[in-house]
Ligand binder design. Structure first.
Ligand code: MN
Length: 355
């Protein structure tokens, strides 16, 4: 869905796009300062001196006219809103601070400001072929970097050192940056679902959980693998690992267009509950990825009922976390297809034991 569809559906005269990810999605602009005003019959992009040249290259092909502004972008935007005779303007209320909202009210005068809620985010759920290719590349980089890190898991190396190496490998392979704070959680720390890499040293006989990803040309990948480091894995470690693995594979085997996100979450959750670990799986099954690491649709039991559609990209990442013992999560990024889904990550999910 394009911006004009939103204008029409919400019966607006225009939309003010301010969120950077939404700006990138709708206008192509990759800079950090800019505002777009999309009207029924014209689209404008307001850029300051630093970004005029870049904006011309990026947004003109997308049908936006660049308006160079010397000082306050909003004063110029106000002129265009008044000249355009705008009565109802959609704004990104999820993103606009109270202070900014007051400025809008003051500057735009009698214009009715309509909160767009998550409408723009929902436009980004179904990916184009081009977007899918960028996400695939981001996942490929993560896969390759991970294979380079496995031999570096050794006693006495800190989680942070491993995280630094992993991020460096991803950048060497062409990543723009990591897509979120790299999680490396070893032994008892693996029980923390979001245990960001710490000073803790890797030690034998425990899980090491890696949850990481990168941005490639703006698009994110996100993967989790849990390995065992040690010589004598316990039956409990095996049981926990295999339960998560089966739940993950089960959800992957069921994911397809037409399914409600809640239903997909339930597939993995029911399996984990049945194995007696329901209490230890305290987060949703997954989330969309794209220009942001977490975006619509959220795959969880309390998510609004969104139905999976072809070419949505979501993560499938069940986990079991036991305080004092450790935890396992296995995560793939998948492209939803008509009759199933395509796993983007190539790294094996079978338990890797490093001795
Ligand atoms: Mn994730």
């Amino acid at each position: 869905m394009g911006i004009c569809d939103v204008i029409e559906e919400k019966e607006l005269d225009g939309v003010l796009i301010t969120n950077l990810s939404n700006l990138r999605y709708f206008t192509g602009f990759t800079g950090t300062t800019g505002v777009a005003l999309a009207l029924k019959d014209a689209k404008f992009f307001f850029a300051d001196f630093r970004y005029v040249e870049q904006a011309k290259k990026q947004v003109v092909p997308r049908g936006y006219l660049v308006v160079g502004v010397e000082r306050d972008l909003l004063n110029k935007v106000t002129e265009y809103i008044k000249d355009g005779g705008i009565k109802k303007l959609g704004i990104e209320d999820l993103d606009v601070s109270v202070a900014k909202y007051r400025v809008y009210q003051e500057k735009f005068g009698g214009v009715e400001l309509i909160g767009l809620g998550d409408s723009l985010l929902k436009c980004r759920m179904v990916k184009t072929e081009e977007e899918l290719n960028l996400i695939k590349k981001a996942a490929e980089i993560a896969d390759e970097a991970f294979s380079k890190i496995l031999p570096k898991i050794k006693e006495g190396v800190s989680e942070k050192e491993l995280a630094n190496e992993l991020e460096y490998e991803m950048k060497k392979l062409g990543a723009d940056d990591k897509s979120f704070e790299t999680i490396i959680a070893s032994n008892y720390r693996s029980a923390m679902p979001h245990g960001v890499a710490s000073e803790k040293l890797i030690e034998k006989e425990g899980f090491v959980k890696f949850d990481f990803g990168c941005f490639y040309k703006g698009y994110a990948s996100d993967m989790t693998r849990t390995v065992y480091y040690g010589d004598s894995i316990s039956s409990k470690h095996l049981e926990v690992y295999n339960t998560v693995l089966e739940a993950q594979k089960l959800a992957v085997s069921k994911a397809k267009a037409g399914m409600e996100v809640k239903e997909l979450d339930k597939v993995a959750r029911d399996y984990i509950i049945q194995k007696g670990y329901g209490e230890n799986f305290g987060h949703g099954l997954g989330h969309g990825i794209g220009l942001e690491i977490h975006e619509y649709p959220y795959v969880s039991s309390n998510a609004e009922n969104i139905v999976l559609q072809e070419n949505m990209v979501v993560t499938i990442e069940p986990g079991i976390y036991i305080e004092g013992f450790g935890g396992v999560r296995i995560e793939d990024d998948v492209i939803i297809k008509k009759d199933g889904c395509e796993i983007i990550n190539k790294t094996s999910k079978e338990l890797i034991v490093i001795k």
